[in-house]
Design a protein around this ligand. Structure first.
Ligand SMILES: [Zn+2]
Ligand SMILES: [Zn+2]
Length: 303
């Protein structure tokens, strides 16, 4: 509780409140180069109140387990309380629908290990792209994903960190570009309470959802609620899209500089239903994080 009130105070000092005078849950994906605890420092250096991070090097399947000092450096970090929400993103190699047995075994092991790491760092969930069917077809792919998730959860019964299935752009044979595909996975796994959802604005736009207008984004969230349920929504990725609506090509762009336009972002920033949902950027940036600062300012300006 002390951590939470410290974070609220910090938010107040930075003017990091929304229009309903609730603390904002806004930030960006942060690098862990130099250790997991450095993500906290990077996020705080640009006044984030929420961040996303990887829990290990993103280019490798596996990593040595986290050392006790690393876990402590993260969980007991003096700035940990300044962030109201920290959550994880899984590495991109994982494909729960892989047909190749070695690939599938690696995916299940890697996901189990990353969920365990997220849990050790006291993170509530790990964002995951559902998987790519690689030609096997949508139905077979979804079945495989359900089976893989069941296997992962059976391997780590005590891990509390959930999987947040992310909506995808549907590039190649990637599944998760229709809300129905996400709800199909949730409805068919053995432990649905261990799943939640992360919505990415650039992905759903590229997947074909009309979020280019205030009416369109409203309709899209109504559809999300009807199909998946807003109670499952755990995080939002705020990215503009370089590519056109329906292109199914995943290219993130700075807020207001892409093809989505500002209406969708204004809607998300203002709607009371999302005030407690962490919102993070995944837009291109340099080491100095200057681009993040600009994008966050644009977003706050929409309140
Ligand atoms: Zn993602
Ligand atoms: Zn994303």
């Amino acid at each position: 509780m002390a951590a939470v009130s410290a974070a609220i105070e910090y938010a107040a000092e930075g003017g990091l409140y929304n229009h309903m005078t609730e603390p904002l849950l806004l930030g960006a994906h942060m690098s862990i180069a130099g250790g997991v605890h450095t993500a906290i420092e990077r996020g705080c250096s640009i006044k984030c109140t929420a961040i996303q991070m990887f829990v290990k090097n993103n280019m490798q399947w596996f990593a040595r387990p986290l050392r006790r000092q690393e876990i402590r450096a993260f969980c007991d970090h003096v700035q940990r309380g300044d962030l109201l929400s920290i959550f994880a993103h899984a590495n991109y190699l994982i494909n729960l629908a892989a047909a190749n047995p070695q690939f599938l075994a690696n995916s299940i092991r890697a996901l189990s290990e990353e969920l365990t790491r997220a849990d050790q760092l006291e993170l509530p969930f790990l964002v995951l792209h559902p998987g790519a069917h690689l030609g096997a077809g949508e139905e077979a792919g979804l079945e495989k994903i359900v089976d893989s998730i069941n296997r992962v959860f059976r391997k780590i019964p005590k891990v509390k960190a959930r999987i947040a299935l992310e909506t995808t752009a549907g590039q190649g044979s990637c599944l998760g570009h229709r809300f129905e595909q996400i709800s199909c996975v949730i409805n068919n796994v053995c432990e649905p309470e261990r799943l939640c959802v992360c919505l990415d604005t650039a992905h759903i736009f590229a997947a074909g959802y009309d979020i280019g207008s205030a009416a369109g984004i409203k309709r899209t969230f109504r559809e999300f609620d009807r199909t998946i349920g807003l109670s499952r929504l755990a995080a939002i990725h705020l990215n503009d899209s370089k590519t056109a609506r329906g292109s199914r090509v995943d290219r993130h762009q700075h807020i207001g500089k892409g093809q989505i336009g500002l209406d969708a972002f204004r809607f998300i920033m203002r709607d009371r239903r999302f005030s407690k949902i962490p919102k993070v950027l995944e837009t291109p940036k340099g080491k100095e994080l200057r681009e993040d600062v600009i994008n966050l300012k644009t977003l706050r300006g929409l309140l």
